[in-house]
Ligand binder design. Structure first.
Ligand SMILES: [Zn+2]
Length: 325
């Protein structure tokens, strides 16, 4: 306010399909991007493992590699990335990342199949790898300030509102409760106005939730939860703890609410129901990754496509196994 001429926060520049076609017209352009991003910023000079020093490299047209001018060593820009073992052309991978970056509410493998002309199996696998490696958590600083914490059963949530609609027979009610509790859940933690963490958990017990909460939320945070008994104990680990009494029908008492995390859960569920008929528990975390990643990078000020693409290096660490020439 006081600083004259301080730049206003700019909206992320729109990155359209036209921009994409222009920047990445073919596989070579994609390979060159990887080469510059992972090895040679100037497009020519990279550390040669064999020479043990920076050397000039040249593109080997017949192969997807670059070769040291001095010793002939080959560097493969796709090595140790999610693209490494794929027979799908690089440009289709980049196109898939572009499509994933464009939607706020998710896109299905079926849509990718139609859009880029690969089989459903390939489309599914591409999205899975992108979500798992390029959109996983890229920051380990614990959440702080005002943090809302909540869990939601996958495919349903037993809360005061659910109970009131439950069957009247006790047995049937217990059965319904057990059915929902047995489902995996998403455990979510969000800074008001900030970052979110979301983990798929097998159950909602103290043993499961406590270590995740301690690892992801700073002890000096002010915690907001609902009135579930387990939070009474969990809340003692933090500077302050406020609980909402959903049971009394009070959903938001001024500052005391969990609407931010509930809003996030709502986005995940709406997004998934729109694009996926059923998501197996095994892969649920990768879908949750996508929503958390987009939330956490919503104000980066650069197009989401670039934010995701930049993480190919991370694919490099997690997919690194038999690294060689
Ligand atoms: Zn060399």
């Amino acid at each position: 306010m006081g600083m004259a001429g301080s730049p206003r926060k700019l909206k992320p520049e729109r990155y359209t399909i036209a921009n994409f076609h222009q920047e990445f017209p073919d596989d070579d352009a994609c390979l060159d991007w990887l080469w510059r991003h992972l090895h040679a910023e100037d497009g020519a000079t990279a550390d040669c493992p064999k020479c043990g020093k920076p050397r000039r490299f040249h593109r080997v047209k017949a192969r997807h590699s670059y070769s040291c001018d001095t010793c002939g060593y080959h560097l493969h820009p796709t090595a140790n990335t999610i693209f490494e073992k794929s027979t799908t052309p690089l440009r289709l991978w980049f196109h898939a990342i572009f499509l994933l970056s464009q939607t706020r509410c998710g896109i299905s493998a079926k849509q990718l199949q139609r859009e880029i002309g690969v089989t459903y199996k390939t489309a599914w696998r591409m999205f899975n790898l992108i979500r798992a490696h390029l959109m996983d958590e890229d920051d380990d600083e614990p959440l702080g300030g005002e943090v809302e914490v909540d869990e939601t059963a996958w495919g349903g949530k037993i809360r005061a509102s659910d109970r009131s609609r439950a069957p009247t027979s006790t047995e049937r009610r217990q059965e319904a409760m057990a059915r929902v509790s047995a489902r995996p859940s998403i455990f979510g933690m969000v800074e008001r106005g900030g970052r979110v963490r979301a983990r798929v958990v097998a159950d909602r017990s103290m043993q499961t939730l406590e270590p995740i909460l301690r690892e992801n939320v700073s002890a000096d945070a002010v915690l907001y939860t609902d009135e579930r008994a387990l939070y009474t104990r969990l809340g003692q680990n933090f500077a302050e703890h406020h609980r909402i009494k959903h049971k009394d029908g009070i959903y938001a008492d001024g500052h005391v609410h969990t609407q931010t995390i509930e809003g996030f859960f709502g986005n995940v569920k709406r997004g998934l129901s729109g694009v996926q008929h059923s998501v197996s528990v095994k892969w649920l975390q990768t879908y949750v990754n996508e929503f958390a990643f987009k939330h956490n990078h919503r104000a980066d000020g650069v197009p989401m496509f670039g934010v995701i693409l930049r993480n190919v290096r991370k694919g490099a660490t997690s997919a690194a196994s038999a690294a060689g020439s």
